[in-house]
Design a protein around this ligand. Structure first.
Ligand code: CO8
Length: 258
């Protein structure tokens, strides 16, 4: 598929996916989300790719869903087309780790898209927000759910009800992002983290992603049991034998995803 609203590069086991609608601050429309879901599915299928980085521009990761695209739609339109559900479901099915590298605005659907990734590395210029309330609507793809799980009720209510933006420092304090770096270092940091992940066994990266995400769906006891059983099952892999014997032999492990 030839893409018009995103740019994809694969280098050294990392797929870099860049949102590319500069005139609309990377606002998410149907075409962009379809292309993004397709590119991430292709990265999942590509044996060369071991980790994915999703980014935007220096000014905006994404300033939200495309307001111009949505402004004339009726309830029946968005309900019957199930706006954004097929694309986001497809994105969430990707089993390889996805890092969001966020600079500038990550608002509305942009903030929600970043939260669909496995973790967020942000530049010191990043601004997160759920300003849908200013448009007479509310968040629709995770801004009242994933954000609340990430930063707690008080700040999630504040963000969703006032529509205010949160800077990178507050976002890091609140637990929304994992690292802050100077804007010029953002891609180096995100690609460096991706390269580190790419060195690991893909069986373990997929198992960890599944297990952490499971914690949002089940009770602590069920989650702990799931975690322990997955841990036990990793002893059936060659990579467990390799990882542990490499430690004992004081050498670098050579994982083969088996
Ligand atoms: N949609 C469409 N176009 C946008 C959007 C957007 N979300 N954001 C910016 N643009 C466009 C502007 O219209 C402008 O285009 P033009 O030059 O043709 O007028 C261009 O991008 C540049 O924007 P600005 O001139 O406004 O740039 P500023 O630097 O002055 O301001 C802001 C930057 C503060 C980011 C400002 O653009 C802004 O407030 N944008 C809207 C932010 C917003 O409200 N986002 C939430 C959108 S709603 C949403 O995301 C719902 C998601 C849930 C969907 C669930 C479906 C089930």
């Amino acid at each position: 598929m030839a893409y018009e609203t995103i740019i994809v590069e694969v280098e050294d086991h990392v797929a870099l996916v860049k949102l590319n609608r500069p005139d609309a601050l990377n606002a998410l429309n149907a075409q962009l989300l379809t292309e993004l879901a397709d590119a991430l599915t292709a990265a999942q299928a590509n044996e060369k790719v071991r980790c994915i980085v999703l980014t935007g521009s220096e000014k905006a990761f994404a300033a939200g869903a495309d307001i111009k695209m949505m402004s004339e739609k009726s309830f029946v339109d968005v309900f019957m087309e199930d706006l954004f559900t097929p694309e986001t479901d497809q994105i969430l099915r990707v089993r390889k780790p996805i890092i969001a590298a966020v600079s500038g605005y990550a608002l509305g659907g942009g903030c929600e898209l970043a939260m669909m990734c496995d973790f967020i590395i942000a530049s010191d210029t990043a601004k997160f927000g759920q300003p849908e309330i200013n448009l007479g609507v509310m968040a629709g793809i995770g801004g009242t759910q994933r954000l609340t799980r990430a930063i707690g009720k008080a700040k999630a209510m504040d963000m969703n009800l006032t529509g205010r933006f949160m800077g990178a420092e507050e976002a890091e304090r609140a637990g929304l992002i994992s690292r802050i770096v100077p804007v010029k270092k953002l891609m180096e940091e995100a690609l460096g983290a991706a390269a580190k992940i790419a060195e690991k066994s893909m069986i373990t990266t997929a198992a960890i992603k599944e297990s952490v995400n499971r914690s949002f769906e089940v009770t602590l006891a069920e989650g702990l049991l799931f975690e322990r059983r997955v841990f036990h099952s990793l002893f059936a892999t060659e990579d467990q034998k390799e990882g542990m014997s490499a430690f004992v032999d004081k050498r670098t492990p050579q994982f083969r995803d088996r």
